[in-house]
Structures are given as C-alpha cells and as structure tokens.
Design a protein. Structure first.
Length: 115
C-alpha cells in the first residue's frame, strides 16, 4: 500500500521559514516525478515544485523561485520543501504527489503565513 505522509506545516509570520517533509512508503519511487502542490481556499491546486526521484532534476513555479528549495533523501524515502521568506500569499494546504504511470497524493498539511 503506497502512502505519502506530509508533515511540517504550521503558522509562521511573514518572512519566516518552514520545512515540509513527505515520507513515502509502499513501493520504489526511482522512476517517479515527485512534487509539491498547494491549494488556497477557493482556488485550484497548483504545482509549487517538482523533482525527479532518481536524478534530482528540479522545477519551480515562478511564484516560489528563489525562496523555496525542493530536495529528497533517497535513503530515507523522504522529500522536502524548504520554504524561506514566506509571504501571506503562500498560505495554503500543501500536498505531495508521486507521478509515473500512476499517481499518489498525500493528505496535505496546512501552512498559514500571517502578515
């Protein structure tokens, strides 16, 4: 049974930092594209950043480029999102996703940035 479990969300002031984790289990993810998505109230779920599990190739949306860093620890089967210089507009539920021929989502973790 594949599971993606996010953690690390919370309440932070603007300009602060948070580190999200996504612990993956249940299969080998070596051919998967892993990603972080977010969904704010009343808005669609959008991609934040992605990373190839094997090669570590990264992509960032323009809204987070230069502030967020995606990474993964293959030995721990865990993906991370380091979020710095947080803004109120970063407030959302953050989800991790694993995609190949199939796809899996985590349950989400709330990030709230106060002004």
């Amino acid at each position: 049974q594949v599971q993606l479990v996010e953690s690390g969300g919370g309440l932070v002031q603007a300009g602060g930092s948070l580190r999200l984790s996504c612990a993956a289990s249940g299969r080998t993810f070596s051919n998967y594209l892993m990603g972080w998505f977010r969904q704010a109230p009343g808005k669609e779920r959008d991609v934040v950043a992605t990373i190839t599990w094997s090669g570590g190739r990264t992509y960032y949306s323009d809204s987070v480029k230069g502030r967020f860093t995606i990474s993964r620890d293959i030995a721990k089967n865990t993906m991370y999102l380091q979020m710095n210089s947080l803004k109120p507009e970063d407030t959302a539920v953050y989800y991790c996703k694993a995609t190949h021929w199939d796809s899996y989502w985590g349950q989400g973790t709330q990030v709230t940035v106060s002004s």
